[in-house]
Ligand binder design. Structure first.
Ligand code: C2E
Ligand code: MG
Ligand code: MG
Ligand code: MG
Length: 291
């Protein structure tokens, strides 16, 4: 970016900056305004145990409801929020909303784990473990009510610092998950070194796996790898009953996908939970619930 830090700490913007920087600057302003105007929304996608069909948790996924552009999806602004450092503001917001949701669910008798996506910048924040501990205290939650999802690229940026932060978080008792597994670099080295509990198979291998022998082989091997390392294995991108059944047969522990539910506004989760009935066929062998 064209912003330069002066010796006195002030930030000056280079007048000669290119068009894309000008655009970036206004996007950053828009993101800041969005936070002030409460334009971010917390959506959640249920996470399901593939053998019983029971809901075990949900992933927090942020949405931006823009007054003119409508729903802006995270892929359009998260990378930019990461580059500019705005992501820390956003992560704090998502963590806060997720903690509120978790507390409310627990009060209503649903003990579900919430998964929150973290970015590189979050992992480089030395105060993250302390901020997280404070969040738990304020919302009367145990560290076990959270799972923090990280991507391999987030770890790659500054592996030493990232590992240090992750070890402190893990020592507190929070679950750690490697997101989008199989799409990054050095997956296996990180898997060995980091204190993770869960591995999430990227949806690109899952979406069409019942028609793609190559995908099925990759998924099968990843499930075995995860289990051999003592990890829980989760598949994202389950869009059909056939894929659910295939994953369950391969021993995959949990899954999320449009077949079960698209990400929904957090306040709709309660009614979704009341209505949720897993398809009988996928949980065959388990007694049908009395409905
Ligand atoms: P992710 O963490 O891998 O999240 C899973 C993405 O897959 C979500 O996209 C979800 O809507 C989508 N998905 C789930 N099931 C299916 C399915 O059956 N079919 C298809 N086609 N897609 C499915 P979403 O919500 O657009 O988020 C995209 C990415 O943006 C996330 O990928 C995550 O990396 C990032 N993201 C979202 N919310 C946050 C956040 O609060 N903080 C950070 N740092 N990143 C976030
Ligand atoms: Mg994720
Ligand atoms: Mg993912
Ligand atoms: Mg993904």
């Amino acid at each position: 970016y064209a912003a330069k830090q002066r010796n006195d700490g002030a930030v000056v913007y280079d007048v000669a900056m290119d068009k894309s920087s000008a655009k970036s600057l206004s996007l950053l302003t828009e993101l800041r305004n969005a936070a002030e105007r409460n334009e971010f929304r917390l959506h959640v996608q249920p996470k399901i145990s593939l053998d019983t069909g029971k809901v075990v948790g949900m992933e927090a996924l942020v949405r931006w409801v823009h007054p003119e552009r409508g729903n802006v999806f995270p892929d359009e602004f998260i990378p930019f929020a990461e580059q500019t450092g705005f992501i820390r503001v956003l992560t704090r917001w998502v963590m806060e909303r997720s903690a509120e949701l978790c507390r409310e669910l627990a009060t209503r008798g649903h003990h579900l784990k919430v998964s929150v996506n973290l970015s590189t910048r979050d992992l480089l924040d030395q105060d993250l473990p302390a901020k997280f501990a404070d969040l738990l205290t304020r919302h009367k939650l145990t560290p076990g009510s959270f799972c923090l999802e990280i991507t391999e690229s987030a770890i790659m940026d500054d592996p030493v610092r990232a590992q240090h932060t992750l070890e402190r978080l893990s020592a507190m008792g929070v679950d750690l998950s490697i997101d989008d597994f199989g799409t990054g670099y050095s997956s296996l080295a990180y898997l060995k070194r980091l204190p993770v509990n869960e591995l999430k198979i990227d949806k690109s291998f899952v979406l069409n796996m019942e028609n793609d022998e190559g995908d099925t082989k990759i998924v099968r091997s990843t499930i075995d790898l995860g289990h051999n390392m003592g990890l829980r294995v989760v598949a994202e991108g389950i869009e059909s009953e056939a894929v659910w059944r295939l994953l369950a047969a391969l021993g995959c522990d949990q899954g999320q996908g449009y077949f079960m539910s698209r990400p929904i506004p957090a306040d709709q989760l309660f009614s979704w939970l009341e209505k949720w009935r897993p398809p009988v066929a996928v949980v065959a062998g388990i007694d049908e619930p009395d409905v």
